[in-house]
Ligand binder design. Structure first.
Ligand SMILES: Nc1ncnc2c1ncn2[C@@H]1O[C@H](COP(=O)(O)OP(=O)(O)OP(=O)(O)O)[C@@H](O)[C@H]1O
Ligand SMILES: O=C(O)c1ccc[n+]([C@@H]2O[C@H](COP(=O)([O-])O)[C@@H](O)[C@H]2O)c1
Length: 206
């Protein structure tokens, strides 16, 4: 197969490599700092969706968060140490494209690599605030979404605006791999065992 490197290698040392037909999970986060809960999400999604790779998209700055996170270098190094397994790539594509908005990444990747099957990965709290993201309906129209359960207020998140408006496109977790093959629109909510870790808890303990 003809492997096309998206960009040159970057600090983390693993290339973001794409090939036609590949299934790639896009796991966006502040990762400030990354923790075992993130690892759990990425490993669960990779397994349950049958992904070839998970790209950990390190957000330069979440547009909905006021506080600036640690430097990209610090977070990249920490993610690389947390998840050395093959198939997990730390990506600075948001920084390279000079955007803080997920829609820009999704438009770029789905337009440029139409033969790659991208899927967006997020924790359940992300579903709860998804309707506040820029062009969230277009994101959902362009890529399937995999939501991984998280402790907190799951009922509120599952009954939130985005979940309600996208309810027609929801599929059972048993259809998750088929969803990735079929493509958007579609989302699934995977009730993996919960993982209690949170970056805010770790920052408080610093
Ligand atoms: N323990 C967890 N279980 C499930 N999803 C998680 C967990 N921790 C983080 N996530 C998900 O990972 C993505 C990145 O999360 P983020 O980097 O903001 O970490 P966080 O622990 O939620 O941080 P903070 O506590 O500062 O809000 C989000 O989609 C979030 O929902
Ligand atoms: O595009 C947006 O409007 C948007 C708003 C909030 C969050 N996001 C993305 O959601 C992902 C998770 O963010 P965070 O800070 O909760 O880890 C990360 O990739 C952010 O860039 C994106």
């Amino acid at each position: 197969m003809n492997h096309t490197p998206v960009t040159p290698r970057f600090a983390a040392g693993k290339a973001e490599t794409l090939a036609p037909g590949m299934a790639v999970g896009l796991y966006g986060g502040s990762f400030d700092p990354p923790h075992a809960g993130h690892r759990h999400v990425a490993l669960t999604a990779k397994k349950r969706l049958g992904l070839d790779a998970v790209w950990w998209l390190v957000a330069p700055q979440n547009p909905l968060k006021a506080a600036a996170p640690a430097t990209l270098e610090t977070r990249i190094a920490a993610i690389s140490a947390l998840i050395p397994e093959p198939g997990h790539v730390v990506s600075t594509i948001e920084d390279r494209l000079g955007t803080r908005y997920t829609i820009d990444i999704i438009r770029h990747l789905t337009t440029r690599y139409p033969q790659v099957r991208f899927v967006w990965i997020m924790g359940a709290d992300g579903l709860g605030s998804f309707h506040r993201w820029g062009h969230w309906r277009e994101i959902a129209a362009r890529v399937p979404i995999c939501v991984i359960a998280r402790g907190g207020t799951p009922l509120k998140w599952r009954l939130g605006k985005a979940a309600r408006q996208l309810s027609h496109a929801r599929v059972q977790p048993s259809a998750a791999t088929a969803l990735v093959k079929r493509g958007a629109p579609g989302w699934t909510y995977i009730t993996a065992p919960l993982h209690a870790e949170a970056s805010s808890l770790l920052r408080r303990g610093r």
